[in-house]
Design a protein around this ligand. Sequence first.
Ligand code: PLP
Length: 340
Amino acid sequence: MDKKQIDWGNLGFAYMPTDERYVSNFKDGAWDEGTMTTDANVTISECAGVLQYAQTVFEGLKAYTTEDGRTVTFRPDLNASRLKASAERLEMAAFPEDRFIDAIKKLVKANEAYVPPYGSGATLYIRPYIFGTNAVIGVKPADEYQFRAFCTPVGPYFKGGAKPITLRVCDFDRAAPHGTGHIKAGLNYAMSLHAIVTAHQEGYDENMYLDSATRTKVEETGGANILFVTKDNTVVTPKSDTILPSITRRSLVYVAEHYLGLKVEEREVLFEEVKDMAECGLCGTAAVISPVGKIVDHGKEICIPSGMDEMGPVIQKLYDTLTGIQMGRIEAPEGWIVEI
Ligand SMILES: *Cc1c(COP(=O)(O)O)cnc(C)c1O
């Protein structure tokens, strides 16, 4: 397979259209058989449910080349089930889970020339999503939907190694109790944009959201779950109904327990406890883990002991083990690696 002439090592995280994308439409109560298309544009009613009332949910996963040259994806079954849960919460047609896997395989196969080679640090980012397509003016769910999945090659998230970042404790809320914080809905991101733009203006990398009901517990950032390591090497990650169930975080918890023999606690984490943590990281598909060096709470700085120069030792081990599993250097648990 001839790869495209792309400078893999210098790709950023930006959209680059590839040759083909997968499309299936839901109408009269059923999904059609689905097809690959070269058309990167979507034409829908000016009054489409997605445009008026934000009926859209999405996923993010990656395809990449393993050390032995296979093209694989990581735990796509969990993306399939999460997309279904997201769609159901917004009263949208859910895309069948087995068909989701099939669509991802077809998509990556059709764009295999864009899957970055092993060792480049780049990956093929896959974006599946569902949105309401027919005209809706009275407030109600759409009756017609489109499932679409495209992919785009993206560069190594951290060029020149992962530098620890700074979070600010955010005064805006990301998710309300009994709201939609636990699903991957575009609307959660729309309302986080003002918070992230102002955070950047003030010199912070990301927002740390606290629980909106009491503002005493750590939730997550705009697009990544949070993981702490205590001074006695216990991995602690917040448990809350309003956190998005990150596949990376769930995988890291498994790796911590079963590969590294670490103790893991998934529980409520008081913001008050953060000052006593030894390490902190953000986890999500894009970067796997981003180390956090500093958290600023209205001018009060909490400096994480692992510092601003490199990842803490436990987070480094978690990162190395999970990326080793993904790249085929370390044996994966049954079903984690799906070959294209
Ligand atoms: C997608 C997402 C994450 C990360 O989830 P992964 O499955 O690990 O990519 C975390 N938080 C939010 C709010 C998200 O939307």
